[in-house]
Design a protein around this ligand. Structure first.
Ligand SMILES: [Zn+2]
Length: 133
């Protein structure tokens, strides 16, 4: 189960940080990209489960979804991924859903019409806004 490995890594990283800084973690936020192929509810319940009995058990915790954004390499215009693919045909959207990199094969920059697009955010999972005591 992929999610279990990811969440174990997150918990370990937080505990290492806490140990290294010799401070408790007051709060942390886990950010999951819109395009990340993780089950967000599973991630959430695994975090709640795996942190039991660890020093971060009582830390304030939030799970947020990071919006996917696409940047045009030609004019630097940034578009929301979902907004960009909305006008496309359903089968194109379906393909892009499984292979987000295909966005540049089907969509165009609304600013300049370029297809030189790159996905800037919304793909991974990371811990953000860590607050130490
Ligand atoms: Zn552009």
């Amino acid at each position: 189960m992929h999610e279990l490995v990811i969440v174990s890594g997150i918990i370990d990283a937080l505990m290492n940080l806490s140990q290294r800084e010799n401070r408790r973690i007051r709060s942390f936020t886990v950010s999951v990209g819109e395009l990340a192929s993780f089950d967000k509810n599973l991630i959430d319940s695994l975090i709640r489960e795996l942190r039991k009995g660890t020093p971060i058990e009582d830390a304030e915790y939030r799970l947020v979804v990071e919006k996917a954004e696409v940047r045009c390499r030609t004019c630097s215009h940034t578009s929301g991924f979902n907004e960009l693919i909305m006008p496309l045909k359903e089968d194109e959207r379906e393909m892009i859903h499984f292979l987000p990199e295909l966005v540049s094969s089907f969509a165009q920059c609304p600013g300049c019409g370029s297809r030189d697009l790159e996905i800037e955010s919304g793909r991974g999972i990371k811990v953000v806004d860590i607050e130490l005591e």
